[in-house]
Design a protein around this ligand. Sequence first.
Ligand SMILES: *Cc1c(COP(=O)(O)O)cnc(C)c1O
Length: 386
Amino acid sequence: MKSPPKTAAFNPPPRVLMGPGPSAVSEAVLAAQARATIGHLDPDFTALMDEVKLLLRYAFRTDNDLTMPVSAPGSAGMECCFVNLIEPGETVIVCQNGVFGGRMKENVERIGASCVLVEDEWGAPVDLEKVERAFAEHPDAAALAFVHAETSTGACSDAKALCEIARRHGALAIVDAVTSLGGVPLEVDAWEIDAVYSGTQKCLSAPPGLSPVSFGARALEKISKRRARVQSWFLDVNLVMDYWSGDGGRSYHHTAPVNAIYALHEALRLLADEGLENSWARHSRLHKKLRDGLQALGLEFLVAEPHRLPQLNAVRVPDGVDEARVRAKLLADYHLEIGASLGPLAGKIWRIGLMGHACREENVALCLRALEDALREQGALKRAVA
Ligand SMILES: *Cc1c(COP(=O)(O)O)cnc(C)c1O
């Protein structure tokens, strides 16, 4: 191409993000990201990196030294945990009750380890008894991996009990907390989670692109005893940690996404200002408000009440409703984005996110008003709404 393509500066349309992520980013976080870029080894930037590590320890409820953001999205945090902790030939028990467990299986198999899959229905939490049985059949399993908050279905699994099972069988617990962090209780130290990864674009409400991870003592010991080098150079935590650790000077590993770290820092500061428990309580309170309104519209939840995630509300599309037309109307008339669904649930549910900065009274009201309008337009309001 010899002549430049004709383009204009991009101005995103106004959107209220109530899907499965990315979630709405506050003005404060956007402003932080827009500040002047400085060098990634500048002493002022390395001081900021230290604060980010402390703020992440607060968010994860851990004292783990190895707590930092991987410079890539949540999927890279997942890969980081697996490539560092699992070696070829080992056995890993992976729980699958939605999309993301399937990706864990991919990671295990690509390492050359063998994956024992514990499957549950999409919309159900991980069944603890099935996990016990898997360990009885595979007592040599090196790790148990599961998704705490399954964003594809809205189901929350009992992470504390699953970690306890793993520990009892001498296996490491690898936990996907991409959607749970900041939205529901997650206790990395109290539950003795060995390795956990998250993302910036769900309940932390920073732009997508970073993946906070944390590794505990047992995980570090396993890494120190590896027979083979970690096959990914970029994700080898031994190398990355030399960059993120303050002692003995920092060595260049890669160039941190400086401005994205500004945004994460601000988002974590806002979370700390609100207080983690207050954030959990806000998600729970507004979820109940949304739930009552959705049920008044005649909509039914996919997940049974005790296992519902407040930050991801999966509701069934009523019979005869064109679900894509509803989403298109919400976007066109209300600038409102809600999520479609994936895999076996494709076309059957909507996923309404109440994540982080998007989890606010006015968004609950907007979503209910917009859905009522869209359902009425298709003659699908089960009963009159006052
Ligand atoms: C979003 C998500 C991921 C992947 O994160 P990306 O930032 O999209 O790579 C992984 N696991 C769960 C549960 C998620 O919701």
